[in-house]
Design a protein around this ligand. Sequence first.
Ligand SMILES: Cc1cc2nc3c(=O)[nH]c(=O)nc-3n(C[C@H](O)[C@H](O)[C@H](O)COP(=O)(O)O)c2cc1C
Length: 282
Amino acid sequence: MHILGLGNGTVNGNSEILLKAALTAAEKADSSITTSWIHVPSVSVPRNPRPLEGAQDVSMGTIGQTGVGGDTVPDDRRDVLNAILAADALIFATPIYSHQPAGTLKMLVDRILGPFTDAAFVQRVLDSQMAGEKTYQHIKLDKRILKPRVAAFIAVGGSPFNDQVTMALPTLHQFVYSLHAKVVDQHVFRGFGRPGSVLLRGGEAVQRAEKLGQNVASQIGKTFDEAKYLGPEDPASCPYCHMSKVEIDYTQDNDIGCITCGARGKLVVGENGRIQPVWETS
Ligand SMILES: Cc1cc2nc3c(=O)[nH]c(=O)nc-3n(C[C@H](O)[C@H](O)[C@H](O)COP(=O)(O)O)c2cc1C
């Protein structure tokens, strides 16, 4: 079993320290596990690349436009996609910039993941091909997309305030949902603005990252339904993405929706007089 880390921050910075703590702890927890990691800001992608085979063109009409002297930048997209599809678990570690994961990660995900690595789509095409239907016969599929995969998220912000970090985890979830990876842990590390500051405060951040690595190790190889979420939760959390981030639809009798995964529910007044969500579960 292999865990791939995707580190999205400063070299030797806070998110890299925590990613390495998580990966090392996972290897210690289970000696059969191997790990590797990619420094996302170092991934090289030409300025206006053609889409990968089978992928959607997201160049916005700029394919082939190059800078002065032409683009001689290497294209790492295929290697990164192969590393992701070969892995049994993914740990994303990112700084928070402007309340979200730093943009280098979003840029990379837009270029290599998305609809053409969508497990539901791949399964539908495979079923159709097996049934001998003509529509999808020409499509070549990478069956590794369907492999059981778990994921965990580390987000590090300098701010101690919730509103300045609150969109980090919802965005990180979008990076793995097309792969149908099960999120088993997630943590926002707040108030760590200075380089290396995650090593302070008695090492509590490092210990939490190690726990996250152990949680991944304990769930790796399990199917989506078997793998358990082991991260933080509160009584209002959505039962699927385990966060309390909702939109309210007053036109529909106080219906709520989870902004991360789309689960539906209602706001009701509980016996203790407090407003609380009641989520629809299947
Ligand atoms: C451009 C920029 C924007 C930032 N925006 C936020 C923010 O919105 N919320 C926050 O909590 N921290 C913010 N920070 C602070 C970083 O998240 C913090 O310093 C983090 O520890 C950097 O991680 P790294 O050492 O792995 O690069 C920002 C930093 C930069 C450089």
